[in-house]
Design a protein around this ligand. Structure first.
Ligand code: HEC
Ligand code: HEC
Ligand code: HEC
Ligand code: HEC
Ligand code: HEC
Ligand code: HEC
Ligand code: HEC
Ligand code: HEC
Ligand code: HEC
Ligand code: HEC
Length: 334
């Protein structure tokens, strides 16, 4: 499982900037425990292009030349920025992202206006996070492999394409089909794993990558989404594996589901990492069987019981049915 992604290689400078910004983000997170609503944190844009002369002209003025974008913006969720006074950008929402536009409105030169898509990733993220930082949504702060690898907000959110939840990856993909398409566009090796015989039904779009991942960041490795507290998202759907069990099976809790399962899909039944259940178990329980019989490590088990030459023992879970944990039996038999 190795993600190869197709991306323009960013400069070392951009990476350092992203790194610094990450530290800044963490500091901010530490000092600001309370979740701010979007736009409350907004201060009038500090122009990324050094231009003291430019002032705000208002969205209507932009609309005179960018008619299509201006009209479509009525359906953009950022319309609230345009309409609601308390957010501090009433009547000039365009410039909340593009910076003050007076100079550009005169010169019509692209050099006189900020285009977030042309900024380096750290700067582009900052343009968005002045409102979206510490939001009570999942897009709260920068701590993801995406930010670190120069995939900025606008790498996934296209501002002016289509409305919320559009079918194509557009403003903010919401439907599983749109999300999967977007993620797969960079993570094609992962998408290939979902073509294997035993897998979650992503190719049918019954589920999407964000059922298990938070593209914005997570406290768990690999951007794994959490269910409640910090338990893995798997338990949101597979609640019967949650426990707490009277008799835990140590690796389920301590090492996580992916010790035995390939979450993206597998050639093996039950998405196991091994093609036969016994090999799965013997990876850790190698002392089961003859050796164990001699050493007596399997407390009180008659040697005959774990005769691995007998086909009966090929499938350990025929007897050890509660392999994820049991409420009644120490040997996970029921
Ligand atoms: C008088 C007409 C006019 C007005 C008013 C105007 N623009 Fe433009 N804008 C243009 C033209 C023409 C271009 C295309 C320049 C090019 O591609 O060479 C452009 C390009 C842009 C770009 C793309 C820049 C890039 O780097 O690709 C952005 C962003 C933009 N305008 C935003 C705005 C905003 C925000 C406002 C209001 C503050 C605004 N414009 C007002 C004519 C205008
Ligand atoms: C929430 C931030 C945001 C707001 C608000 C916003 N834009 Fe943009 N705009 C962007 C981003 C990001 C891009 C880069 C291309 C993209 O992602 O769609 C962009 C691109 C553009 C472009 C370049 C053409 C293009 O499609 O690439 C123009 C012109 C433009 N915006 C005009 C406007 C106007 C006019 C308004 C107000 C009606 C506005 N923008 C409001 C973020 C914003
Ligand atoms: C001036 C403040 C401001 C800026 C700058 C801003 N946003 Fe937003 N954004 C908002 C507000 C307000 C909402 C509406 C959310 C709500 O109602 O809680 C929103 C909503 C969104 C949504 C959610 C849409 C949905 O379907 O619910 C996305 C995605 C988003 N913004 C992305 C961005 C990106 C990407 C940028 C940078 C290019 C950006 N925003 C810049 C204020 C801002
Ligand atoms: C790797 C792709 C990706 C990147 C990078 C990304 N987003 Fe998102 N974002 C998504 C997807 C997919 C959704 C829809 C998630 C869902 O429905 O659960 C989303 C949803 C959102 C929402 C809607 C509220 C929510 O949390 O569901 C906001 C706001 C948002 N993103 C802002 C941002 C900001 C700001 C950045 C940059 C710091 C950013 N996103 C970077 C993919 C991305
Ligand atoms: C624009 C390209 C791009 C898009 C779109 C994209 N990613 Fe990524 N993703 C990357 C890059 C670059 C990395 C970092 C390099 C790596 O780990 O392979 C990454 C890393 C990851 C990782 C590994 C994190 C880690 O800690 O190793 C996960 C998980 C991930 N992406 C999930 C997603 C999901 C889910 C989506 C869709 C919402 C998505 N990505 C969309 C480019 C992208
Ligand atoms: C059923 C839950 C689940 C779904 C659905 C899922 N993932 Fe994952 N993914 C995981 C888990 C768990 C890991 C961590 C595996 C590990 O640590 O060995 C992971 C790891 C990754 C990684 C980093 C390791 C690697 O394999 O390169 C990437 C990138 C990734 N996923 C992308 C995606 C994308 C893109 C999608 C949607 C096409 C997706 N995932 C759907 C659970 C899921
Ligand atoms: C959004 C809900 C959801 C999440 C999250 C989820 N699963 Fe599943 N899982 C399902 C459904 C539904 C099935 C039934 C199989 C199907 O879709 O055909 C399933 C089936 C399975 C199977 C059995 C496959 C078989 O061939 O019988 C395993 C093993 C599994 N999931 C493991 C995991 C692991 C590990 C995670 C976390 C990394 C996870 N699941 C996260 C919904 C989910
Ligand atoms: C020690 C290895 C191991 C670990 C760790 C593990 N599983 Fe399993 N899992 C198995 C085996 C073996 C099977 C097949 C059982 C059988 O043969 O009937 C299985 C079957 C499943 C199934 C399909 C059959 C059923 O019981 O519903 C699901 C779903 C599942 N596991 C989810 C999970 C989840 C979620 C986690 C993490 C909380 C997890 N597993 C951790 C070994 C493991
Ligand atoms: C990743 C390593 C690992 C794998 C794979 C694994 N186990 Fe275990 N298992 C353990 C550990 C660690 C313990 C706890 C041993 C202890 O407490 O002494 C354990 C305990 C057990 C116990 C005894 C419980 C007790 O407390 O005495 C049984 C029965 C068991 N495992 C069966 C299985 C079966 C059947 C499989 C295959 C489906 C399996 N295990 C796969 C690591 C593993
Ligand atoms: C025919 C039923 C059966 C099969 C098949 C089976 N076991 Fe067992 N296993 C048992 C019984 C019965 C015990 C003893 C339970 C007790 O001591 O109370 C046991 C005990 C164990 C223990 C130790 C539990 C303890 O209390 O110390 C481990 C580990 C174990 N089995 C692993 C395996 C593995 C790995 C396989 C597959 C190669 C397997 N078993 C196949 C019936 C079975």
């Amino acid at each position: 499982m190795n993600a190869q992604v197709t991306l323009p290689v960013a400069s070392g400078k951009a990476r350092r900037a992203a790194g610094l910004f990450l530290i800044g983000g963490i500091l901010l997170f530490c000092t600001n425990g309370s979740a701010a609503r979007p736009a409350e944190a907004a201060k009038p844009a500090e122009p990324a292009k050094p231009d003291a002369a430019a002032t705000y002209v208002g969205s209507e003025a932009c609309g005179a030349c960018h008619d299509d974008i201006f009209k479509a913006f009525a359906r953009n969720p950022h319309q609230v920025v345009e309409k609601v006074k308390a957010r501090g950008w009433q009547g000039k929402a365009c410039e909340s992202c593009h910076g003050p536009g007076s100079k550009h409105a005169e010169s019509v030169s692209p050099d006189d206006i900020i285009n977030p898509a042309k900024l380096d990733a750290a700067k582009a993220d900052r343009a968005c996070l002045k409102c979206h930082l510490n939001q009570p949504s999942q897009a709260n702060r920068i701590m993801s492999a995406h930010a670190k690898n120069d995939v900025s907000c606008v790498g996934c959110h296209t501002m002016h394409k289509d409305g919320p939840g559009g079918g194509e990856p557009g403003f903010a993909p919401r439907k599983p089909a749109a999300i999967n398409k977007q993620c797969a566009s960079c993570h094609s090796p992962v998408w290939a794993e979902f073509q294997r015989p035993h897998r979650h039904r992503l190719t049918e779009n019954a589920m999407s990558c964000v059922d298990c991942h938070n593209p914005h960041g997570s406290f768990l490795p690999k951007l794994q989404k959490t269910a409640s507290a910090n338990e893995p998202t798997c338990l949101k759907c597979h609640g019967d594996k949650r426990g707490p069990f009277v008799f835990e099976h140590a690796p389920v809790r301590l090492e996580g589901c992916q010790t035995c399962h390939e979450p993206h899909g597998s050639a093996n039944p039950r998405m196991l990492t091994r093609h036969e259940v016994r090999f799965q178990c013997l990876e850790c329980h190698a002392n089961v069987g003859a050796a164990a019989a001699q050493s007596g490590t399997l407390g009180g088990v008659p040697p005959a019981i774990h005769d691995l030459r007998s086909p009966r023992f090929r499938n350990c879970t025929i007897c050890h049915m509660k392999v994820h944990g049991s409420q009644v039996n120490r040997a996970l038999l029921r």
